[in-house]
Design a protein around this ligand. Structure first.
Ligand SMILES: [Zn+2]
Length: 105
């Protein structure tokens, strides 16, 4: 990010940008290394709001369906709003024996 301002914590520590989880959603935030005080810059808050909306659009149970001779999972229509369209390339990667991630390319 371009405008990195120094933010001082009430305890005297200097806040540093760090990936944290707020309500189970990871986001970048400014965190005090001494007392763990956490706050979001305006830019981080905007990014966090986008992530919340994305979670709301995609987090759900789906059923594996048959598509021709293959299996598939459909995505909700709402994902159009996030630039996910038919023909878009994705990368699929196993995380463990029960989960995998689908990354937009
Ligand atoms: Zn502090």
């Amino acid at each position: 990010m371009a405008d990195k301002r120094e933010i001082k914590c009430d305890c005297g520590g200097l806040l540093a940008e760090k990936e944290v989880k707020i309500d189970h959603i990871s986001t970048l935030a400014m965190v005090c290394p001494n007392c763990s005080f956490t706050t979001l810059t305006k830019e981080q808050a905007k990014e966090f709001r986008k992530r919340i909306e994305f979670h709301q659009a995609i987090d759900q149970e789906r059923q594996v369906i048959k598509i021709g001779n293959s299996m598939g999972i459909t995505f909700p229509e709402k994902l159009h709003d996030f630039g996910i369209t038919v023909g878009k390339k994705v990368k699929i990667e196993a995380l463990d024996e029960r989960s995998f991630k689908v990354e937009l390319m």
